[in-house]
Design a protein around this ligand. Structure first.
Ligand code: PRP
Ligand code: MN
Ligand code: MG
Length: 183
């Protein structure tokens, strides 16, 4: 375990098992279809990579970069497209892949965007769901694990761009981000 981590919340093995389980469900749901999997950079990258290797249908992948946090601990309430898709959305079955749903702002923005672009269907799969963080009323179609309202990092989730490369989800030691700073 990394020395900045207080506890492992979800182990490498549990994450991998969940990717197999969600992948099997999505294989059934998209059988005979050609979904467009949309990864939300950068946090979704490890989950996207492990999940998609467990979906056994044809699929296309593309990426978007949307920001709502910057380097802040809390969401600013602002959502901005940093990088758009290369692929046309109209008529496609969209699978949004996220690492975490917190306030719900990122997801709610993407749902509206893909509806506006006339997707045939939109489904959201997230590895983590933090229901206590919600400021907009939105729900993932599929969520791997529910997490408490703590500062979690690893497996894509960062604190100031660090810890994304951990293979597990951990709780960061408060002294690493300055104790109980409420800003
Ligand atoms: C994080 C996370 C989700 C989003 C969830 O991304 O990866 O994409 O915030 O928060 P929300 O539900 O409150 O919108 P971030 O914007 O920090 O970018 P990153 O993935 O590059 O870290
Ligand atoms: Mn993200
Ligand atoms: Mg981030």
């Amino acid at each position: 375990m990394h020395s900045d981590i207080q506890d492992v919340l979800i182990s490498t093995e549990d994450i991998q098992a969940k990717c197999r389980e969600l992948g099997a469900q999505l294989t059934d749901e998209y059988e005979g279809k050609f979904p467009l999997a949309v990864g939300v950079l950068k946090g979704a990258l490890p989950f996207m990579s492990d999940l998609l290797r467990n979906i056994h249908t044809h699929l296309e992948m593309d990426f978007m970069d949307i920001s709502s946090y910057g380097n802040e601990m809390r969401s600013s309430g602002e959502v901005k497209i940093e990088k758009d898709l290369d692929t046309k959305v109209e008529g496609r079955d969209i699978l949004i892949v996220e690492d975490i749903i917190d306030s719900g702002l990122t997801l709610s923005y993407l749902m509206d965007l893909f509806k506006y672009r006339k997707a045939n269907s939109i489904k959201l799969v997230t590895l983590l769901d933090k229901p206590e963080g919600r400021t907009v009323d939105i729900k993932a179609d599929m969520a791997g694990f529910e997490v408490p309202n703590e500062f979690v990092v690893g497996y894509g989730l960062d604190y100031q761009e660090r810890y994304r490369n951990l293979s597990y989800i951990g709780i960061l030691k408060p002294e690493v981000y300055g104790g109980n700073d409420e800003s």
